[in-house]
Design a protein around this ligand. Structure first.
Ligand code: SF4
Length: 554
């Protein structure tokens, strides 16, 4: 069936690679970037889809629809041993999915769109957008995107500037660029036809490595009690093998969607709703927690003088101690099913400070205009428009020296040197990227008109306030404008406006640095905040095991 509809709707298996982690409907923490077996390393889109799709195809070929094949390479405890058990799991999961699945625009489109090329393209866009971004956030962007570029040819005809503009606010900006590059490649090299097999699609479209979806990793690890580091090669192989075993060859795409839906809405990272889980009878973690609770209550009865009945058995891995899938850390009662999966400790984000200036002037129509500079084509905010900035690399550089560097930078941009010290301190903006905590130390610079005739480089432009809202700028630029607005209001009003009430904006002080000691103290505090807290549990407790229902947006 999936072959007849081409790749598109069950595109599910492709994972767009980002600089870090894959997957996720970002109700999850970013899933780990998983190394793939050699043949799969070429993949570049959401592999979460391909896994089941491809394995489904293989299963179909073997005529195994009636009798699910069960892999034998895994230790029995971590595998699905009985074909009938696999069949029941598929039926339960798909029945639940048929009743509970959310209507999402990409799912609807995948069902109703008859043009396979459009369907492939539309699912591809959704897969890319859903990387690291919540479903609730993606929906509006997705609708706007498809309204503007309903086909791959339309996207290919757009400029990167337009793509960045549309993507502004969605984060991980390289994703938009890759979509654009991919669309151009499809048009220029494939005659406008999206690849119609998973392998070709992965081979042809740029910039992807494979990884199993984070939701699916979590569900599988919990179901089969896989507690070793989920980024390790052994676990990766095990997850592929489990996927191979489980996928329903009759409905591989739906099965994959169902697994992700289960991970996003029931088997959530924190507070999983095991009591509502359609596959709990197949879940080692659930059964283990349940059995331990029984044991504890019986022990309690015993301590009260009542003879407790026999304790229930808790199945464990026969190879525990040498098994590469078992947890290396002891079972934590408090965590319950959240003992799985285990992830390696996160590297703390890099702490950076940037000296930024917001030059403004009154435009011809009386509206304020902002001076923006286009960033380089590569890097964190590739191709986006930013305020002129210089990195604050050296703590010990004097305030005067730092300001002089910024003034010199501005002079180059404006084509005329700045004299005196025209910068006005406005405050600080903290913006957290995936791996960087960057503080913008913001100054304003009010300029008069009259430089319209002066030639300006193509990467520099004045832009009105209303146009700025729609421009290809990052969220940090928008926060900076808010800070400047609040600072401007504060200057105009007798009662000061609290800039700190805007998230990420830090209350202004009297200069870019207070004193060197205060600056160092603040830096230490920032670094401490950025570092992962040692020993803190990322997941909560057994209380959530029988928690109340909660509908996540994803
Ligand atoms: Fe996840 Fe609980 Fe379902 Fe197991 S029973 S798969 S832990 S929600």
């Amino acid at each position: 069936m999936w072959l007849s509809c081409g790749l598109p709707s069950p595109f599910f298996f492709l994972l767009v690679s980002l600089s870090q982690g894959a997957s996720c409907h970002a109700d999850d923490p970013p899933p780990p970037h998983l190394p793939l077996p050699p043949l799969r390393r070429v993949y570049s889109l959401r592999q979460r889809a391909t896994t089941f799709e491809r394995f489904g195809k293989e299963a179909s070929k073997k005529g195994s629809k009636k009798e699910p094949s069960v892999g034998t390479s895994l230790p029995p405890y971590h595998n699905f041993r009985e074909p009938a058990d696999v069949g029941r799991l598929r039926t339960r999961l798909l029945s639940w999915y048929d009743l509970e699945k959310r209507e999402l625009p990409w799912r609807t489109l995948a069902q109703i769109e008859t043009d396979v090329n459009i369907r492939t393209y539309a699912v591809w866009v959704s897969e890319v957008m859903l990387q690291q971004t919540q479903v609730a956030t993606v929906i509006d962007y997705y609708k706007k995107w498809l309204k503007r570029w309903p086909t791959v040819a339309d996207l290919a005809a757009a400029t990167l500037e337009e793509v960045n503009q549309m993507w502004a606010g969605l984060g991980y900006y390289s994703r938009g660029k890759r979509l654009h590059e991919g669309a151009r490649k499809v048009v220029s090299e494939l005659g406008g036809r999206m690849p119609d097999t998973a392998d070709e699609l992965l081979r042809r479209l740029p910039g992807v490595t494979g990884a199993v979806d984070g939701n699916v990793i979590r569900v599988l690890c919990r179901m089969r009690a896989v507690g070793a580091d989920c980024t390790s090669p052994a676990v990766t192989e095990a997850l592929w093998a489990l996927a191979n075993t489980l996928v329903d060859p009759g409905r591989p795409g739906d099965f994959n969607q169902a697994m992700m839906e289960l991970g996003a809405r029931v088997c959530t990272p924190k507070g999983p709703l095991c009591q509502q889980c359609p596959v709990r009878s197949h879940c080692h973690s659930y059964l283990k927690v349940h059995a331990r609770q029984e044991q504890n209550s019986r022990k309690f009865l015993g301590s009260k003088g009542t003879k407790p009945p026999a304790l229930p058995d808790i199945e464990e891995c026969g190879a525990s101690g040498t098994c590469r899938l078992c947890p290396t850390e002891p079972w934590d009662e408090e965590l319950g099913v959240q003992n799985f999966p285990r992830k390696p400790a996160k590297k703390p984000p890099r702490v950076e400070r940037t000296l930024t200036c917001v030059p403004t002037r009154r435009g011809g129509d009386g509206e304020d205009e902002f001076l923006l500079v286009k960033g380089p084509n590569k890097g964190l905010l590739a191709g986006l428009w930013e305020f002129p900035s210089v990195p604050l690399a050296e703590v010990d550089d004097s305030e005067k020296k730092q300001q002089a560097a910024l003034c010199a930078h501005l002079g180059n941009i404006l084509g005329a040197p700045l004299t005196g010290n025209p910068l006005q301190y406005a405050g600080e903006v903290l913006h957290v990227f995936s791996h960087i905590r960057r503080t913008y130390v913001v100054h304003t610079l009010r300029l008069g008109g009259g430089d319209e005739a002066r030639p300006r480089p193509a990467n520099v432009r004045w832009i009105g306030r209303s146009a700025l809202r729609e421009a290809a700028v990052s969220a940090a630029v928008k926060k900076t404008v808010k800070l400047c607005d609040s600072a401007g209001l504060r200057n105009q009003q007798s009662s000061p406006v609290s800039a700190a009430s805007i998230p990420g904006i830090i209350r202004p002080t009297s200069g870019i640095f207070k004193t060197r000691r205060e600056e160092k103290g603040r830096r230490r505090q920032e670094e401490a905040e950025a570092a992962p807290s040692s020993g803190s549990k990322t997941q909560t407790s057994l209380r959530s095991f029988f928690g109340t229902p909660k509908r996540e947006p994803c």
